[in-house]
Design a protein around this ligand. Structure first.
Ligand SMILES: Nc1ccn([C@@H]2O[C@H](COP(=O)(O)O)[C@@H](O)[C@H]2O)c(=O)n1
Length: 290
């Protein structure tokens, strides 16, 4: 399998023997023991298309008709202030935490002030440039056929990402979501966000708060994890009695600065890869359907 992966030019592997060992153990254990836990923004969705950045869940709304011009400016300012901190390789996660809480809180407050209507979300998604990565249909279809659960764990906006997946025609019953969900009043107007805030770097807390979802998957001790940030590495922390975990990391931005850290953190690093080809090849190998 390792040899087969080397044909993909985006693939970097720090410890090929470890990857080989995990893949073979998962293949031997069989599809009934496997679950997939994936981040959404810039992992299931594209980072860029034709040289232009693709939107995150938040950006889908930021750029939509649901937000006034003045508010768009404020949201853009937040993005310009906090995104560089989010991806700064010289700062520690601990250092970044308060800034992430500040960013999400300010952005959500601005969205609430815009009195966003629930029934207009679908149009905002339809009119956006959001794109799932090439090969997404193969991934979702294969997981559905093999009865493998897919847990989407996102610091984005649940209502928006569900709509993206729904409009792509792949929101199958095996797909579950942990994310920030909007709270609408009886008129369908956004009045708050529900529950504990999930941001890039507190997914461990999010996982431990949602152990109920993981309990449903108690007999699935083999995890394929897909993410694009160091915060995503904690998405499987709610899984009990893990046998094997294979971590696939999309390295989309600041490649040189992050390469070493990603190679030390993820088992397989995909550099500027806008496709699902590698996760698909791996899943086919694990399920014995190649
Ligand atoms: N106001 C905001 C807040 C966050 N973002 C981006 O959304 C991404 C969501 O996180 P994932 O867990 O789905 O990766 C995050 O990486 C932020 O850059 C935003 O665009 N606007």
């Amino acid at each position: 399998m390792i040899l087969a992966l080397s044909k993909f030019s985006s693939v970097r592997i720090g410890d090929p023997e470890k990857v080989d060992r995990i893949l073979n153990a998962m293949r031997k254990a069989g599809p009934n023991t496997v679950q997939v836990i994936s981040d959404f923004d810039m992992t299931l969705t594209r980072f860029a298309f034709n040289g232009k950045r693709c939107p995150t869940c938040h950006n889908i709304l930021d750029n939509s008709k649901l937000i006034s011009e003045e508010c768009k400016e404020q949201l853009k300012e937040l993005l310009n202030t906090y995104y560089p901190i989010e991806i700064d390789s010289t700062r520690s996660v601990e250092d970044k935490l308060p800034f992430m809480v500040e960013w999400w809180t300010k952005a959500h407050n601005l969205m609430v002030q815009q009195k966003i209507k629930k029934d207009l979300l679908a149009t905002a998604v339809k009119e956006s440039d959001a794109m799932l990565r090439d090969g997404y249909k193969g991934l979702f279809d294969h997981l559905k056929e093999q009865n493998i659960p897919l847990l989407v764990f996102s610091a984005g906006i649940g209502d928006v990402l569900e709509e993206v997946i729904r409009q792509a025609g792949v929101f199958y019953p095996n797909v579950k979501v942990i994310s920030n969900y909007m709270d609408f009043d009886e008129t369908g107007t956004l009045q708050a966000f529900k529950g504990e805030l999930i941001h890039t770097y507190n997914k461990r807390e999010g996982a431990l708060l949602n152990t109920g979802l993981f309990e449903e998957l108690n007999d699935r001790h083999n995890v394929l994890l897909m993410g694009d940030s160091l915060g995503d590495l904690n998405m499987a922390d709610g899984v009990q009695n893990m046998d094997n975990i294979l971590k696939i990391g999309y390295l989309n931005d600041k490649v040189d600065a992050w390469m070493e850290t990603y190679l030390n953190s993820y088992d397989i690093v995909l550099v500027k890869d806008e496709t699902m080809e590698v996760p698909n090849a791996i899943l086919h190998y694990i399920t014995g359907s190649q």
